[in-house]
Design a protein around this ligand. Structure first.
Ligand SMILES: [Zn+2]
Ligand SMILES: [Zn+2]
Length: 271
């Protein structure tokens, strides 16, 4: 990872309203991650399940399919997309509507009552996608969340609701990029990675779309080390696969970055 470190930008101090100004967190080194007995895939549990929840537009369905493909490359695990579940599984008590939001569903309920009891035996994690707006639970100060994943229970849920104006075709790439960022962030949480405080990194906390857009899709060297250790993959394969994915989905800047990362490692390895 030392070979790619020069390509990454160190985190700057948080500005007012940004995640770290609201939730000061210490971060997590690679050594601390190893010592935390993280959730990792093994021979019995190595499928990532994607669980659609409720209705989607055609554009959103395409984004969920592309995201499943991305997760398969990024985590080097088989991904299974399950049959969609109806929103009627979420009772009135786990829904709310604030004056300034659309109807929201509670992530606690989705994780505890919908995902956790149906976690397949071979699942390393199960991720629900929904187009509904989300909020975390009765004890939270948050008005909404993009996604919410458990560090220990191997389940998470996230929403496409706030990620784009669906009517604008031009924003589809932005919808995909934001969804990939949030999906890989939340999936890494399910492998027990904590938030990153060291670099501009997909694993940094985000307090809103402005911050999500500012963070790169890429994992920093520290978070990459954790991810590659947890999933037993060679970073060269990771960069190669993600560069190809991003190139084929029109994410040119991201494809170039993964390509440069691969080149940096190959250069270091050559005599
Ligand atoms: Zn997070
Ligand atoms: Zn990081």
């Amino acid at each position: 990872m030392a070979a790619v470190a020069p390509l990454h930008t160190r985190a700057r101090p948080p500005e007012w309203g940004e995640w770290l100004s609201v939730y000061p967190e210490p971060g997590q080194t690679f050594a601390q991650y190893l010592a935390s007995h993280p959730v990792v895939p093994d021979a019995k549990r190595r499928v990532l399940y994607v669980q659609p929840l409720g209705p989607f537009t055609a554009v959103q369905r395409d984004v969920v399919a592309a995201t499943a493909e991305f997760l398969q490359s990024a985590f080097a695990l088989p991904v299974t997309v399950r049959e969609a579940l109806p929103l009627s599984l979420v009772p009135r008590a786990a829904r709310r509507k604030l004056p300034w939001t659309d109807e929201q569903i509670q992530t606690d309920f989705v994780r505890r009552e919908i995902l956790r009891p149906h976690l397949p035996a071979d699942a390393v994690a199960m991720i629900a996608f929904t187009a509904q707006d989300l909020w975390p639970g009765s004890n939270s100060r948050m008005n909404y969340v993009f996604g919410d994943a458990s560090l220990r229970d191997r389940v998470g849920v996230w929403s496409l609701h706030r990620l784009s104006d669906q009517s604008d075709r031009k924003t589809n790439n932005l919808l995909l990029l934001r969804t990939l960022k949030i999906a890989s962030h939340e999936t890494a949480h399910m492998l027990s990675l904590l938030h990153c405080t060291q670099y501009e990194c997909d694993m940094a906390g985000s307090n809103g779309l402005y911050e999500t857009d500012h963070h790169p899709l890429a994992f920093c060297p520290e978070c990459m080390a954790k991810l590659c250790w947890a999933t037993r993959q060679d970073p060269r394969d990771y960069y190669r696969h993600l560069a190809a994915f991003c190139r084929s989905h029109g994410l040119t800047k991201e494809a170039d970055f993964y390509g440069a990362s691969l080149a940096a490692i190959l250069k270091e390895r050559s005599p």
